[in-house]
Write a protein that binds this ligand. Structure first.
Ligand SMILES: Cc1ncc(COP(=O)(O)O)c(C=O)c1O
Length: 389
């Protein structure tokens, strides 16, 4: 009855079951995996946001496949003001309801069934489902950790085949928090040139550099055909508004053709709604209030983690440059999943095991740094009593 591409495991995994049991038992739960800012007590101004959504112009339907011009202009303004990109033409943008939708458009644009997309490992777990739905195969290329993360270029070259269509970059990566360096960008552009590949760059966490130093956006990358994905879900901590985009850059002729094809994909669905598009300038402007608050919280939680780790030398934190997560290296006594289950049962603390993100070995736990600082403090203390003993 059903397609092979939806042959997913439909029953909750052992960790999800353990979390449900812990919640049902009435135990105090400290969830250190929260990545939904609306559940972490960090919210843009409700009055301003809700007023912007009540624009009477939204009663008129103007079906624009690339998205309403004023919304795309607001995205250009974001790049101009926050990333010093002064020449982004709104014609190079297609609005989508989420970066997930943007991925699916780009996968559909580039790949035939069975084609391959190179993905970093470890990285964001949703890629697997997005790839299944687009009938493409993910081929991992490793990120190596040695006083910071870097792309294993030799392995990247070895991973390329005649079926490869694109390389995904997550800038900065989830959960390693590593940005793609300028040297890596040159290598990647050359690699794409050698193999005729496109770059798909996920920049949802671009603005969250912990050191406050501006990192360059790939929207200006002109050497290879590049699709840069981002949106208000992380930029303005407004995931519920469903405002995202894909920006195309690269050799002019390819950009023009990619844009024309993407426009037809977008026109087929016309998934953007009018209120959100009309509110886009206000929604994106909310970043100016919310990002400093979030950055303070990320830094505060990271400092608290380091403070507590100082008395638990068996555990260490891996270096992180940006984003909303920290990776903890812990002694390996079993699988990370068993450890996460044991933690929730014994302490009520929820963390993500490294294997959710496809870490190469055991001994990695992932913590969300946007967690409420009191919960974070207590959760880390409980966690270290178990894993740091
Ligand atoms: C790397 C990465 N990309 C994309 C997303 C989701 O973004 P959106 O809400 O726009 O689909 C997430 C969500 O956590 C993410 O971690």
């Amino acid at each position: 009855m059903f397609s092979h591409r939806t042959d997913w495991r439909l029953i909750p995994n052992a960790l999800t079951r353990a979390i449900e049991e812990a919640r049902a038992s009435g135990q105090k739960i400290l969830d250190l995996t929260i990545s939904n800012p609306t559940e972490a007590g960090v919210r843009p101004d409700p009055e301003i946001v809700l007023a912007a959504l009540a624009n009477p112009e939204a009663m008129h339907y103007d079906p624009q496949p690339r998205g309403l011009l004023q919304a795309r202009q607001a995205v250009c303004r974001y790049y101009r003001e926050s990333h010093e990109v002064f020449d982004l033409d709104p014609e190079r943008l297609i609005l989508t309801t989420s970066t997930s939708e943007a991925y699916s458009y780009v996968f559909r644009l580039l790949s035939n069934p069975g084609d391959e997309i190179l993905v970093p490992k470890p990285s964001y777990p949703l890629f697997e489902f997005l790839a299944d739905l687009a009938d493409v195969k993910l081929v991992p290329y490793p990120l190596l950790y040695d006083h910071g993360w870097q792309i294993d270029v030799d392995s990247l070259y070895k991973a390329a085949t005649a079926q490869s269509r694109a390389v995904i970059l997550v800038h900065p990566n989830n959960p390693t928090g590593s940005y793609v360096s300028a040297a890596e960008t040159s290598v990647l552009n050359a690699f794409c040139g050698d193999y005729g590949l496109a770059l798909i760059v996920d920049e949802v966490f671009l603005d969250y550099a912990h050191d406050g130093v501006l990192r360059g956006s790939f929207v200006s990358n002109a050497e290879a055909l590049t699709f840069t994905l981002s949106g208000a879900s992380k930029i303005s901590a407004l995931p519920q508004m469903k405002l995202a985009w894909v920006a195309t850059s690269g050799p002019e002729e390819m950009v023009r053709e990619a844009g024309a094809r993407l426009e037809i994909i977008a026109d087929t669905f016309l998934s953007m709604n009018a209120p959100v598009q009309l509110a886009a300038p206000v929604l994106l402007d909310q970043r100016k209030q919310i990002q400093p608050i979030l950055l303070d919280r990320l830094r505060e939680n990271l400092a608290e983690l380091d403070r507590q780790l100082a008395s638990h030398p068996s555990c260490t934190r891996l270096q992180v440059e940006g984003g909303w997560y920290a990776v903890l290296r812990v002694p390996v006594l079993g699988t990370d999943e068993d450890l996460a289950i044991d933690l929730v049962r014994r302490t009520g603390v929820i963390v993500h095991p490294g294997h959710f993100y496809d870490f190469a070995g055991e001994g990695h736990l992932v913590l969300s740094l946007i967690t409420d600082p009191e919960d974070f403090h207590e959760g880390v203390a409980r966690l270290l009593q178990v894993v740091g003993a």
